[in-house]
Each structure stands twice: as C-alpha cells, then as structure tokens.
Design a protein around this ligand. Structure first.
Ligand SMILES: *[C@@H]1O[C@H](CO)[C@@H](O)[C@H](O)[C@H]1NC(C)=O
Ligand SMILES: *[C@@H]1O[C@H](CO)[C@@H](O)[C@H](O)[C@H]1NC(C)=O
Ligand SMILES: *[C@@H]1O[C@H](CO)[C@@H](O)[C@H](O)[C@H]1NC(C)=O
Ligand SMILES: *[C@@H]1O[C@H](CO)[C@@H](O)[C@H](O)[C@H]1NC(C)=O
Length: 246
C-alpha cells in the first residue's frame, strides 16, 4: 500500500508554526464567512444576514457583471438554513438559467446571529428591505417557505411594489393579515404546497387564495417541506413561473 504523498519539509514547518501561533492567540475567533459566490457568470450568493446581533454584515465578493432581469431571494424554514437551497441544487439550477440566486440565513439561523430588531413586524420588514438594498437586488422574486412567512409577509404587505414575484410555500402567519390586505396585492404569485401537508398548507391557502394574480402548484406525495420531497417538480414549477415573468 502506498502512503500519502510526502509534504516538503518547509511546508510542514510553516504549518507547525501557524498552529503554534493560533494556539498562542487562543483558537481562531475568525469571523465566519457570510457570503460565498458560487458561480463565475450568473452570480449566486449564499449569505448570512447578520454578523452579530447588533449589526448587519455582508459584502459583495464579486461585483455583478451585468444586471439580471430576475433575482431570486430564497428564505428558509425553521429546520433549515440557506444551505438547503445549495443541497437541493436550486441555486445552481437558477443560476444556470441566468437568474441571480441568493439564499439568506434568517437571524438566529446558520451564520446569522439573533437580532433584537427582528422581534417586531416592522423590524423584520425593514431588515429584509435593508439587506435587499445592500445586495442591490432590483428585480426581486421572494421564495418563502414556512417560518420565513414571519419576514416575507410583513415585507409583502408593506412593500409589495418592490416585488416582481412571490413564491409562498405554506408560510406561517398568514392568519395575521386580512382578506382585504391580500386582495390588494397584485404581485404575481406562485403558491406551492405539498398534497400531504394538512396543516400550514391548508391554513395559508385560506388567505393566499385572495392574492388576485396567483397560480397554484400542488406537489403530489409531498409534505410540508414539499420542495425537499419533490425537488424536480418544484424546480420545474419555479422555472416556469420565473420564465413567464421575464
Ligand atoms: C446580543 O445578544 C446577547 C445574548 O444573545 C445579549 O445579551 C446582548 O444584549 C445582545 N446585544 C445587543 C446589542 O443587542
Ligand atoms: C448564465 O445565464 C445565461 C443566460 O442568461 C446562460 O446562457 C449561461 O449558460 C449561464 N452561465 C452559467 C455559467 O450557467
Ligand atoms: C400575530 O397577531 C397577534 C395578535 O394580533 C400578535 O400578538 C402577534 O405578535 C402577531 N404575530 C406576528 C408574527 O405578526
Ligand atoms: C399576472 O402575472 C403574470 C405573470 O405571472 C403577468 O403576465 C400578468 O400580466 C399578470 N396579470 C395581471 C392581471 O396583472
């Protein structure tokens, strides 16, 4: 059996020295990277929202080469982080189709610290607004599963003029808004839910169906996290919706 290739002595020495320095400094309190670009061409970003609970933090690693007609911002449910959209291949699929795709960690998830401002409805809407401004998102389509309704619905109610499209996936807290509020929002909407989700999907449909320009996709043999159970059908429905918008 062959051993691992030998490293040159100099490299080993340097590594040893680095380790010593790190140990001496007390192990790394290096800030977590909050944004990774994934694609050279159609920039795809994974981002955390909050650097600490007192500040927002992100930086554009790579400037946009050209404006994108559609920019898809993906939020996540309670059991997930932004990485779910990477694992499912959603970020890659969107970017290959020429859409800028951005997945965010909500405060308190993944690389985002909890944020006191996120305790109020206005605070959550403002936070999303601020992040989109900082990431220079102009032609926003917001994908919002489950818990992320906490953020997307206040944003929808207050600033739906800034939305090119909305893709709610059995979001929480629809019950906090009235039929009247929903029927005043003309944003093109794709309602997605799993046929086996008898809870939040049904509950949110009660109100979401009042959005005047909506279409509905029911994914068969899929539960609450329906995009996870039927990724192929989910991606198909999402791309069809986006292609129609652009
Ligand atoms: C940050 O969070 C910690 C605990 O999570 C809290 O004690 C502290 O007051 C918070 N700081 C700010 C500026 O909100
Ligand atoms: C970027 O999007 C364009 C369509 O706008 C597509 O033709 C191209 O293949 C995409 N590039 C990558 C690397 O996926
Ligand atoms: C929903 O409405 C209830 C009652 O008005 C309120 O106490 C609660 O904070 C609201 N929740 C959200 C997430 O907006
Ligand atoms: C509804 O949304 C579609 C895009 O999905 C758009 O083409 C259409 O013009 C909209 N209809 C109305 C009445 O606004």
């Amino acid at each position: 059996m062959q051993g691992a290739p030998k490293l040159p002595k100099g490299v080993l020495l340097a590594l040893g020295l680095l380790l010593t320095i790190l140990l001496y400094l007390g192990l790394p309190s290096l800030p977590q990277p909050l944004i990774w670009t994934r694609d050279r061409d159609n920039v795809t970003i994974l981002a955390g929202l909050t650097h600490s609970n007192s500040s927002l933090f992100y930086r554009e690693v790579q400037p946009l080469r050209r404006p994108h007609r559609i920019e898809v911002v993906l939020l996540h449910g309670k059991a997930f982080t932004s990485h779910i959209w990477q694992q499912l291949g959603t970020l890659e699929i969107l970017s290959r189709r020429g859409y800028r795709a951005i997945a965010l960690d909500l405060p308190g998830f993944g690389n985002s610290f909890p944020l006191p401002a996120a305790r109020t409805e206005a605070g959550r809407a403002d936070l999303l607004h601020q992040v989109l401004q900082d990431l220079k998102v102009k032609n926003l389509v917001l994908v919002s599963p489950s818990l992320s309704g906490l953020y997307s619905l206040p944003f929808l109610m207050r600033t739906h003029q800034q939305l090119c499209g909305f893709v709610p996936i059995a979001p929480t807290f629809t019950e906090n808004y009235t039929y009247k509020q929903f029927s005043a929002i003309k944003t093109p909407t794709l309602i997605v839910y799993g046929a086996l989700d008898k809870g939040l999907a049904q509950e949110s449909l009660h109100k979401l169906q009042y959005l005047p320009n909506h279409s509905t996709v029911k994914l068969q043999d899929a539960g609450h996290a329906c995009y996870l159970h039927q990724p192929h059908d989910f991606h198909d429905a999402l791309l069809t919706f986006l292609d129609k918008l652009s």
